[in-house]
Every structure is written in structure tokens, then in C-alpha cells.
Design a protein around this ligand. Sequence first.
Ligand code: SF4
Length: 464
Amino acid sequence: MAKTLFDKIWDAHVVKDIDSTRQVIYIDRHFIHEVTSPQAFSGLRNRGIELFRTKQTTATADHNVPTLNQHLPIKDPLSRSQVDTLTENCKEFGVNLYHLGHELQGIVHVIGPELGITRPGMTIVCGDSHTSTHGAFGNIAFGIGTSQVEQVFASQCLILSKPKTMRITVDGILQDGVSAKDVILYIISKLTAAGGTGYFVEYAGSTISSMSMEERMTVCNMSIEMGARGGMIAPDETTFEYIKDRKFAPKDKEYKQALQQWKTLYSDHGASFDQEYTFDAADIGPMLTYGTNPGMGIQVNEQIPNISEYLDPKQLTKSLDYMGLQQGQLLEGQEIQHVFIGSCTNARIEDLRKVANFVQGKQKADHVQAWIVPGSKQVEKQAKEEGLDTVFADAGFQLREPGCSACLGMNEDKVPAGDYCISTSNRNFEGRQGPGARTILASPLSAAAAAIEGKIVDVRKYMN
Ligand code: SF4
């Protein structure tokens, strides 16, 4: 019988059936960080049990870390306590930790792939919604709650109900200046922030298969923003090439054996999905959000919807009130005060290269604070080796140290109340970047162009 990619991986990880809807699923890799792991470690301690498979657990400090002067003690007491607690817990339970200052530290969804820990065919979990990022490698990766973190610690398994499957196909060639971030923001704007609820999404089509691994990670990262359980892309030569020679990737004979198995990971011809959508790449322009969920997105040359025509007029009224924007308004020309290029959506070396290439020889607007926060120490190191730090400094951008940074108002990097921040992160909820902060989600190129002009612009005008 023809099977979807999701079904192939799921079926290979069933340990046993619990009842007609629930199964015990084996988890290959568990990533943890300082925010969602403390209670789970306490749970093990209270029950007097060990962490079952320490070698399949990887920890990093990312959410609460400062992105300046990381060699100094963390100033904020709560953040310091969270990071210190992670260090103590990992030591006590024998978990490998990339602590603050470690040469491999970084955002959890950046380091897994770059170290070759994330591979096709796996089941991967983390106490973080954007675990869906790892699905770019053709695996089942999803965020879990704190009690589930404890379950995986104790048993390396989870009791789960199988989600429904959705395939989203995007075909065609993207316009110059339009990127993977625009593709996923466009999809979410069409399907809404709840359009994927109850589904696991597979992305397919020529637009997706022509993307680099970095771009595929951007797409899968934001699957959760349409309510989906996760997103995945069938592995291909691009995937295999990316993994090859990475620090923890299988080597030589083991790599060849793994490759044989990875090549079987695709949805069979004729496999049926519970839901299917198809989009044309030519219809996608540079995207921006105007509201307070990632589904409230428009193309740069479109107007914010009218309240009376919107699906949920109350929600739009509330969102526009928070954002200080008007119905029918064009976002092009809107002045911004902050630019944040970072997060597990867009802080990989390819994102930084694209931005550096764009800002080279240009100057940011005087009134704009422009931050570039690499996704990991390795990305930071590579950026410096390639001289991107000089390009950024010359253009007036600040290259900071790795961490989640202004993606969420949990560390020192916050956007002041009332200010507009064009951000390459994944969430524009009220207060996400700090109390009262107004977030406009966009691609790295759109964010860089806004930094240069001090206002939102159509980045396509810079293209040949
Ligand atoms: S960068 Fe943002 S979305 Fe990604 S793991 Fe950190 S806080 Fe979560």
C-alpha cells in the first residue's frame, strides 16, 4: 500500500498500541534547553530514577543567554538561575551540554542540524514549539510540554495519537528578492494561524525541492505557526550533501548504510493525504505581518484588510490597536525603529551571507537599531572568518553573540514598548519581543532593506 513519508517514519517507531487511537512511539533524539527542562529533571529526582538514554539527549543554553559579553556572569538573576540550573542538572544526570561559552553552543534548532545530530527518518522532540525546524531533513520532529520532557527522560518514549496528514505543494520559480521566509508567511496567511491544526504537514513541489537546507529549515520552522504539529520535507541529494562530514554525522561505511535507508524516505506515488493545498511560486511577493499572529500577513504592496471584510473583525480591531496600524493601510513606507535578524527561523550562515551581500556598501538609517544575532557559535565564527562582521560594522549593523535574543522577551534583548521592529523571527504575538513591542515579521532581505531606509520597502526594487 502506498504510504506517506510521515506514515513510514511513524510506523517504524511504534513500540506498541495502547488503544484504538494511542500508541507508544520511540524517540530517537531529545533536545533540551534551560526553560522547559528544570521541572522534568526535578520529576526524575523526586521519583528517584535515572535519565534513561543520556546519549540520545542533547542540551544547550539559548533562551536566557545574553548576546553581549557572554564571558561575563549573566546580569539578570532569573536568567542566570535558569542557565546555572541547566548546567547542574546536565552534570547530575550525565547529559551532554553545550553551555554558554562552549564553541558549539547555540539555539537548539540551529545546532542540531549543523552538528549532524538531526538526520532523516528520526523522531525528534524538544520542549519548544519550533522543533518542527528539524523536519526539513525528512523526520518527525515536534515540540512537547514539560510533562512529556519528563516522559522522554524516563523512557525515551511518548504516548501519542497519530495526527492527520497534509501536503502543501509549491511549484515554480520565486521572484528575485522573494525567499523561503516569504513562502511560509504566504502559506500561513492563506491557511490562517489555525489552518494546520491537527495535521502534520509535508511540503513538496519544485519550489521546495530547489531550496537549500537552510531555506527548508525556515519553512519547516514556521509550520507550528499555522497550528500544525510539525512540518517535513522528503530528504534528497541536497539533504545528504548537507549532512555529510558534519561532526556527528555517520562516517564512511555507516554513512553509506544510512544513505541507503534515507533514500527510501519519500511519500509513495499515490499515497493519500487527509488534506492537500497547492500554491504557485509566481504569486508570492515579499511578505510582512501587520497583526499579532503570523497568519495576519500581506505582501508588501497589499493593503491591511478592512475590518468589516475580515473573518474575525474583533481580532483585527484588537490587533491593529496594539500595532498602531490602520485598516486599508499600506505597510510600505511605515517607519521602523528596530531590525532584528536572528532566531531559529533565520540566523544561519546563509541568512547572514544574504544580508551581508545586500548591505555591503550601504548605511543603515540613523534612527534604526539594527541587530544581527547568529544562531550559534559556529555561525558566528564562520561569519567572522568570511569577513561578514566587517561588512555589518561598516553598514552600522551590530553583530552580537548567539542566542534566542529578541525572538522572545525572556532575556536582556527587548524591543521598547510602542516601537516597531521588523524581525526575521517567527512570532509577532503581543509582547513577544518585550511588553508593548510591535513586531512585523519578514525575511532577512526585507529586514535589511528596512534597516537601510528606516522604513518598510519593497526589496524587489533593489534587484536587477
Ligand atoms: S529563537 Fe525563538 S522560536 Fe527559536 S528556540 Fe529560541 S525562542 Fe524559540
